[in-house]
Unconditional design. Structure first.
Lengths: 116, 114
């Protein structure tokens, strides 16, 4: 079974600075997807960024980028130019390629505080 | 506006009550999910419905009973719950096909069992 580990329960960053959230995972599969979800106080989980394991290039979405290290099974999220609206819980998630529906494994989350 | 709507947003119920959580999506997705989110624990997948058939039940106690009458609606019927069942219950939906598509989540129902 796959596991996802987020070792940082809480992080803080000054507004406009950069912060990196860590995620490691364990799997025996060679092909899979990785996601970062954001859960603001409104509680709705929103997809921030996704990465296909077969792609070597790191995914980027505006101020959000990942550092995907497949051999190390590491998938960190970098938030540049942090904004107050980035304050939320961030969940790292793993999804197997097989299966039509999504069997997704989530980490325990990292609470990000943005300091004005 | 979210593509997945959950009602109610908050629910307080006694251990002898019967209540239902409702989830609705109009995204054209064929798969729907119930997750339980407890503090400091990973999201726990409870049930998966694909094309209105339950395809996964992750050892959830029988006091939780899901129902999927059509591909747009999902219910979670609750009866004789325990205080440890207090949590945020999230509904999600996704396209049936695989690929890198993500699940879309509702805003959850905050359940408190007293």
């Amino acid at each position: 079974a796959q596991t996802v580990t987020q070792s940082q329960p809480e992080m803080s960053v000054q507004e406009a600075e950069t912060v990196t959230l860590s995620c490691t995972y364990d799997t025996s599969e060679s092909d899979y997807y990785l996601f970062w979800y954001k859960q603001p106080p409104s509680r709705q989980m929103i997809l921030v960024i996704r990465q296909e394991a077969y792609k070597q290039q790191n995914a980027t979405e505006n101020r959000f980028s990942v550092n995907f290290q497949k051999a190390a099974k590491s998938f960190s999220l970098k938030i540049s130019d942090s904004q107050l609206g980035d304050a939320a819980m961030y969940f790292c998630a793993y999804r197997s390629v097989s299966g039509g529906y999504q069997k997704v494994t989530f980490g325990t989350g990292t609470k990000l505080q943005v300091i004005p | 506006e979210t593509g997945v709507t959950q009602t109610p947003r908050h629910l307080v119920m006694g251990m002898t009550n019967k209540k239902s959580l409702k989830c609705e999506q109009h995204l054209g997705h064929n798969a729907m999910y119930w997750y339980k989110q407890s503090a400091k624990k990973p999201l726990e997948l409870m049930f998966v419905y694909s094309l209105e058939e339950r395809v996964e039940n992750n050892s959830v106690p029988s006091r939780f009973s899901p129902e999927c009458p059509n591909s747009s609606h999902l219910f979670l019927h609750l009866h004789t719950l325990q205080p440890e069942d207090s949590a945020l219950y999230l509904c999600a939906s996704s396209p049936e096909t695989g690929g890198g598509t993500e699940a879309f989540f509702g805003q959850g129902t905050r359940l408190t069992v007293v």
